[in-house]
Every structure is written in structure tokens, then in C-alpha cells.
Design a protein around this ligand. Structure first.
Ligand code: ATP
Ligand code: MG
Length: 432
């Protein structure tokens, strides 16, 4: 699956979205170049201090407020500069739920739900009634349809509001503090209900809340602060750090052999390799937790890429270890200089890789990519220089040359795969 394919499926895509209230002295920039995507079937919770712009973001994404700067695309429609008709059509795809449920007291529960379908001129009044009744049943209010809001509890009123939003079968549900007026149990029940129905309908839910007790129901948590959106993926950063350290350590491996002939791997080397191995397993465990929590499409995607990355780093580590073993076992007639020249090339490549892993800069990744792209000529020249043209070389030395250059070719291949993984991650991160 490519990154591009994932992004094409975003239901809502905000790009460089900025918003300002007032002008001159009272000018207040609420959103600063916000970039965020929402996907079908996911529940995204938006948090942040009071006044941080949560409601502003929601009303912009809900086509309830006009866009000043940047863009929002919903289901392929650009909201910026869209005609009022188009904006209305977009609003009809969205189910809104607010903190104060906004029910009309003069209407009973069923009639309030029917309000969610007033724009559906294609339906008969009987169809509108029966759909509304069915939705009331789904939110657990069968038998309460004739009650007016004052005769319902807070939780029941909010259920009516949920039914009114969902009766449209919206592709997007926007909820602004839907649990604020409810006690802990009813608040959680409302969000669980929303979660279940949203999953069934494959709708995206954007929910603003201050309620820490429901965060575990979210697929993603976004925090607005100083006009910017922070996505909570510290777990991922930790994994990235572990992998970074892993490759940096591996890049220092050759130095352990280059010092001169050794007959057995030194204890330093063994401790070093074991520690690297432990670090990689920790990274693996963390990645599994992240994938299991399925924080969001992007994160799962990125975590999988990191898992692949750590596999490649594991293979490299194993390769370098074998390289070291070969070095220690080399036939007496193979000169140290010869093997050191392999190490020098490998060390240079590994340092380039370490640089690319820590910086994640496109130019460093490109460099690694170019260096490892075409390993044919590099291998040929190494082989020719050191082994094959030397007719006097013993069979043992020729075999040794073959083994070591094959292993080298494999390591270059792994580094090339690594460059590909890093390039993919780089693209993904730019988007986040
Ligand atoms: N129509 C408006 N005119 C001027 N300023 C506004 C307007 N609407 C919002 N603001 C200001 O913009 C900032 C963001 O408001 P917003 O309602 O988006 O915050 P919020 O994060 O939803 O806060 P809360 O958690 O209190 O609901 C606030 O400082 C607010 O005073
Ligand atoms: Mg608000």
C-alpha cells in the first residue's frame, strides 16, 4: 500500500489552515497552518485549553464558517470558495452534536430526530418517521418517542441529539463536548454508543472533549495548542529513537574489527552486539503495542514501516556480526589491508545510513539510496582488485574472497532497502 493511496482515502483533509479573529489591536490568530487528515471509521478526539480554537476548527471543517487561509477538502469537495449550495450539501453529510443538546422543547423525541432529515425532500413523511423511530431504538430510547425534552434525563436528551445527528447516516459526525453536561457513566455510554454506530456506518467522528475518562475510546488524540495541532505519538518517537540508536551502534561496529587481526571476537564486541540485539527487541515490542492500539491509519502505517525498518536493522546487525566472524577466521595469507578496505567501505556506508536515520533529511536519504543503488560495479571492482585476478591466490583465499564479497553485497542490499524505508517514512512525516 502506498502513502498516496492512504491519503486519497482521507474523508477530511485540512491543509495549511489558518484562522484569525478581529483585526488590528484585537487581532487573534487562533489556528496556524494546521495540517490534519481524518479517515472513515475513526474516532478522533480534539483536546486543548479553553480558547485554543477547538470549536473554530470544528466549525471550519463542518462548513459552518468560511475559510480565510489554507484549505479543507471534504469528500473531494474544496470548501474554500465553494458556492453556498455546495456548502449546504456538505453540511448535510455531517451530523452535528453539541454540548447543549439543542433540542426543541416544543417537539417530542421522535420529532426532534426527524429534524435531522428535514432536507430530505426525496423521502415521504412516513419514511422520515419510521427512520427516526428506528434510530431512537438504536440509541436505546424505544418507548420514549412521545416525551418532550424536559421529561427526559440529561443522558436521554443527549441520546436524542445523537439520534438526530445519526439519522442522516452522515459520513462525518462532529461533536463539541457531547458529554460535558453528563455524569461519568452516561457520558461514557454516549461516547460508546457513538463509537459503535460510527463504526457500523464507517463515519469519521471528530469530537472535542475535556473529558479524560473517555480518551481510551479514541483512535487518535489531537491537541490544539498555540494554534497548532499536536498529534500524540510519543510512543512512535520512542521507537524511532531506539532504532536510531541501533543503527548508530551498528555503524560503529567495523571499528571493532579494523584494529588488527583477532582470532576470537573480543568480549567488547560480544557485549556490544548483545546490547544492540536487546535494543532492537525493545523496539519491536513497542511497535507491536502501537499496532495493537491502532491509533490511526497514519500511525499504523508508520509503525509498520518502523517495524520493517527494525527488521532491516536487525539483518544488518546480523550481517556485520558475520562479517566480523569471517574477519576473525580469515586465512593467514589474506592481508589485513585487504579486509580493512572492505571495512572502510562498509563503515562509510553505515555512517551514511546512520546520518540518514538520525536526520531523516531527504538529501541524506537520497545519498544513501544513490550509494547503494547499483552494487554490481562496486562488487566487481572489489572482487577483481583483491581476489579473482590474483591467479596465485589459493583456493582457500578465493573462497574467502567470494564469501566476504557476497556478504558485503547483502549488506549493501539491506542498506538500500533501509534507504527505501526511510524515504517512505520521510514522506509520511511531512504529511503529519
Ligand atoms: N466570533 C468570534 N469573534 C472573535 N473572537 C472569537 C470568535 N469566536 C471565537 N473567538 C476567540 O477565538 C478563540 C478560540 O475560540 P474557540 O471557541 O475555538 O475555543 P475552544 O478551544 O473551543 O474553547 P472552549 O474549550 O472554551 O470551548 C477564543 O479566544 C475566542 O475568544
Ligand atoms: Mg469550544
Amino acid at each position: 500500500m502506498t502513502t498516496a493511496a492512504l491519503h486519497e482515502k482521507a474523508l477530511i483533509s485540512a491543509n495549511d489552515l489558518s484562522h484569525t479573529f478581529g483585526s488590528g489591536e484585537v487581532r487573534l490568530q487562533v489556528l496556524r497552518q494546521v495540517n490534519v487528515d481524518f479517515y472513515p471509521g475513526e474516532i478522533a478526539i480534539i483536546m486543548g485549553p479553553s480558547g485554543s480554537g477547538k470549536t473554530t476548527l470544528l466549525t471550519l471543517a463542518g462548513a459552518l464558517r468560511s475559510i480565510q487561509e489554507g484549505s479543507i477538502v471534504i469528500g473531494g469537495i474544496e470548501l474554500r470558495g465553494a458556492t453556498p449550495d455546495r456548502l449546504l450539501a456538505v453540511r448535510h453529510q455531517i451530523g452535528f452534536i453539541f454540548q447543549a443538546h439543542n433540542l426543541l422543547e416544543s417537539l417530542n423525541a421522535r420529532e426532534n430526530v426527524q429534524m435531522g432529515l428535514v432536507h430530505r425532500t426525496d423521502l415521504t413523511i412516513d419514511e422520515i418517521r419510521s427512520r427516526s423511530m428506528a434510530m431512537l431504538e438504536r440509541v436505546g430510547l424505544a418507548g420514549h418517542e412521545h416525551k418532550h425534552p424536559p421529561q427526559l434525563s440529561g443522558g436521554q436528551r443527549q441520546r436524542v441529539a445523537v439520534a438526530r445527528a445519526l439519522v442522516r447516516e452522515p459520513s462525518i459526525i462532529m461533536a463539541d463536548e457531547p458529554t460535558a453536561a453528563l455524569d461519568k457513566t452516561s457520558g461514557r455510554e454516549i461516547v460508546e454508543l457513538l463509537q459503535r454506530l460510527a463504526r457500523e456506518m464507517r463515519s469519521a467522528v471528530l469530537m472535542v472533549t475535556h473529558d479524560n475518562r473517555i480518551l481510551d475510546l479514541a483512535d487518535r488524540i489531537l491537541t490544539l495548542e498555540d494554534g497548532r495541532v499536536e498529534e500524540n505519538h510519543r510512543g512512535l518517537e520512542r521507537v524511532a529513537d531506539l532504532l536510531k540508536e541501533g543503527i548508530n551502534r551498528i555503524a560503529r561496529y567495523p571499528a571493532f574489527f579494523a584494529g588488527g587481526p583477532r582470532h576470537t571476537p573480543s568480549s567488547d564486541y560480544t557485549a556490544f552486539a548483545d546490547e544492540t540485539q536487546r535494543m532492537l527487541s525493545r523496539a519491536h515490542a513497542d511497535i507491536h503495542v502501537l499496532v495493537a492500539r491502532r491509533l490511526c491509519v497514519n500511525l499504523v502505517f508508520e509503525a509498520k514501516m518502523l517495524a520493517d525498518l527494525s527488521d532491516v536493522i536487525g539483518l544488518l546487525e546480523e550481517g556485520v556480526r558475520q562479517f566480523g566472524d569471517l574477519f576473525c577466521e580469515r586465512p593467514a595469507s589474506v592481508s589485513t589491508n585487504l579486509v580493512n578496505s572492505f571495512f572502510e567501505s562498509l563503515e562509510f556506508l553505515l555512517q551514511t545510513a546512520a546520518e540518514a536515520v538520525s536526520s531523516r533529511k531527504m538529501e541524506d536519504i537520497d545519498m544513501l539510496n544513490r550509494l547503494t543503488e547499483d552494487r554490481g560495479p562496486m562488487m566487481e571492482s572489489l572482487r577483481a582488485r583483491h581476489f579473482e585476478r590474483d591467479n596465485a591466490a589459493s583456493r582457500q583465499v578465493q573462497d574467502y574472497g567470494f564469501d566476504i564479497s557476497n556478504l558485503f553485497a547483502r549488506l549493501i542490499y539491506f542498506l538500500h532497502v533501509l534507504a527505501g524505508q526511510l524515504a517512505g517514512l520521510g514522506r509520511e512525516q511531512k504529511k503529519l
